[in-house]
Design a protein around this ligand. Structure first.
Ligand code: ITT
Ligand code: NA
Length: 200
């Protein structure tokens, strides 16, 4: 059984491969389908953008497709970068550039006020069906220097309370067991079998 995930983010692709691999599924991503178009994320919410990605690719492939729209919401920045997390420092900028911009914006923000959470919305779409939507958050705070080499995106700056380490210092398994994406996948696995079988 193969799950197609409408992402071109290699960090997400690796996490989904591990999360679904544990359940005995293979995964494919848009990195395996270079001919498919980039879906423009014109939505104003995580759900809208996840729907755009999942539903567009499900229509083209005529099969079920999962998409992830996620991001980091920083309280001292009124929830920014949020849905703009991938492009915080500009289109096609590196994770390092996004992290540098985040640190810059938080220069004068004290330790107690550096709270933040990662958010993940997953949308599972299939032709002729109402999409399935699940979401989860992961609370933490933003450090002052990038630390750790694992993960991707803002992981080197996201300090996980119970570990007192950044999520880039956690092993892949440790991160997947508690992250926004790991929790959203757990929620999805509780409901998707019924949804796939239900010919509404
Ligand atoms: P796709 O749309 O192709 O899936 P993307 O990276 O553009 O890839 P999003 O629009 O959902 O995906 O943006 C998510 C961004 O949020 C991502 O690029 C990171 O900057 C950040 N992010 C999400 N989950 C993260 C995680 O687990 N660790 C670190 N950063 C994360
Ligand atoms: Na994106």
């Amino acid at each position: 059984q193969t799950i197609v995930i409408a992402t071109r983010n290699p960090g997400k692709a690796k996490e989904f491969a591990a999360l679904f691999g544990k359940e005995g599924y293979q995964t494919k991503t848009l990195l395996d389908y270079p001919e498919l178009p980039d879906v423009e994320e014109t939505g104003t919410t995580f759900e809208e953008n996840a729907r755009l990605k999942a539903e567009t690719i499900a229509q083209i492939l005529q099969q079920p497709v999962l998409a992830d729209d996620s991001g980091l919401a920083v309280d001292a920045l009124n929830g920014m970068p949020g849905i703009f997390s991938a492009r915080f420092a500009g289109e096609r900028k590196s994770d390092a550039a996004n992290n540098a911009k985040l640190l810059h914006e938080l220069t004068d923000v004290s330790d107690e006020k550096r709270t933040a959470h990662f958010h993940c919305t997953l949308v599972f779409a299939a032709p002729q069906k109402e999409s399935l939507v699940v979401e989860a958050d992961w609370n933490g705070r933003i450090g002052r220097i990038p630390q750790g080499e694992n993960g991707f995106g803002y992981d080197p700056l996201f300090i996980v309370p119970d570990f007192n380490k950044t999520s880039a210092e956690l092993s892949n398994d440790e991160k997947n067991a508690i992250s926004h994406r790991g929790m959203a996948v757990q929620k999805l696995e509780k409901v998707w079998k019924n949804w796939l079988e239900d010919n509404q």
